[in-house]
Design a protein around this ligand. Structure first.
Ligand code: NI
Length: 142
């Protein structure tokens, strides 16, 4: 196995996030922050690879946002109508007085699903969101 030289680089992030990273390192028994970050980057790269290209994927896009911002809700709905061919079902949950969660079941070409998710997650005011990809079953045996 050839040795992959290590590159050092500095990362800036909010202090509270670093403290939580340190807790994760301790809880998971990792050697240090670098190991934790490298593991996260690898996982993200694998995930991104699965979300590119022409093969069909299915998955969910989860969005959490403040429902008092009516303009935001309208904007998210507009975007969902733009990509309606990809969205097969929508689940809306009123999380608490302020927050709504929407779970969109999506199905389509990987790149198109990824692009739709990126557009929705980039909307200002979306507090948390994620695309989770599963398989449509094609190519995974009988
Ligand atoms: Ni709601």
């Amino acid at each position: 196995m050839s040795k992959d030289p290590v590159t050092r680089f500095s990362v800036s992030m909010p202090g509270s996030l670093v403290r939580q990273l340190d807790e994760l390192v301790r809880a998971r028994g990792l050697a240090n922050r670098s190991q934790a970050v490298a593991e996260m980057v690898r996982a993200r790269l694998v995930e991104d690879h699965a979300q590119q290209g022409d093969h069909e994927i299915a998955g969910t896009i989860t969005l959490v946002y403040d429902h008092h911002r009516r303009d935001l809700q309208a904007h998210l709905t507009d975007l969902q109508h733009d990509v309606e061919g990809l969205i097969v079902a929508v689940l809306h949950v009123h999380l608490d007085h302020h927050h709504c969660m929407e779970v969109l079941a999506v199905r389509g070409r990987a790149a198109a699903v990824r692009q739709a998710a990126d557009r929705l997650l980039a909307v200002k005011g979306v507090q948390h969101g994620a695309l989770t990809v599963t398989t449509t079953g094609k190519g995974f045996g009988p």
